[in-house]
Design a protein around this ligand. Structure first.
Ligand code: GRF
Length: 207
């Protein structure tokens, strides 16, 4: 039985596409069983639909508060029985019910703990760093504060703007996300404090 991934998206979904492409090979060891979004009419949902993967949308604005949204999102996710939730460009902070029920991995376009939040690439450029990158990490209740699984550096080039730098980061980010999610599926992982170790084969354990 293949390891079940549920991917959350808010935008263009190129990270989702990289996971869908990788998962089309049985050797990858994981299948994308559903894609969820917090908004309609996005390319991420269209990518899932073209591949025949079920989709759902839960908009925060359709609920009286974020707590009710979290409750409903947890139920929608649970309906697909994922082994791992992947936040791939999902631009909402997940609530306590989702986080208590499923392990969640996020990809972030900066070398955390530098430049957390929604404008990581812009903030890195504004600061004037010469090297930035991407981080794949487990999600906790904070904003981009969970234990780091893997990071890769990307140089800032002369003349870079937010778009050009983000595109170069995303090329590295997609490969890193695909590699790490695949390893988690095939090898399992252990979390001890802030340290995530891949390769336990026994699945998820948290100490
Ligand atoms: C990625 O860089 C992700 O880290 C950031 O938004 C981008 C999403 O890209 N939060 P895509 O929707 O996967 O193309």
């Amino acid at each position: 039985m293949s390891f079940r991934l549920l991917v959350l998206v808010s935008g263009s979904g190129t990270n989702l596409q990289a996971l869908l492409d990788a998962a089309s090979d049985d050797a990858y060891g994981a299948t994308v069983v559903a894609v969820g979004a917090d908004r309609d009419d996005i390319e991420g949902l269209a990518r899932a639909e073209r591949t025949g993967v079920p989709t759902f949308v839960e908009r925060v604005g359709d609920y009286p508060d974020r707590d009710k949204w979290d409750e409903r999102l947890a139920v929608r996710i649970a309906g697909h029985r994922p082994d791992l939730v992947v936040s791939a460009g999902f631009m909402k902070i997940l609530g306590p019910r989702v986080l208590a029920a499923f392990p969640v991995v996020n990809t972030h376009p900066a070398l955390l703990p530098a430049f957390p939040g929604a404008h990581a690439v812009r903030d890195a450029l504004a600061y004037g760093v010469r090297v930035t990158g991407c981080t794949v990490h487990l999600v906790d209740a904070g904003v981009d504060t969970g234990p780091v699984i893997a990071q890769e550096a990307v140089p800032v080039l002369e003349g870079d703007d937010e778009k050009s730098l983000h595109e170069r980061i995303k090329t590295v980010e997609r490969a890193l996300l695909v590699e790490m999610v695949g390893r988690m599926a095939r090898e399992g992982w252990t979390t001890t404090g802030r340290t995530v170790r891949l390769g336990t084969t026994s699945g998820r354990t948290t100490k």
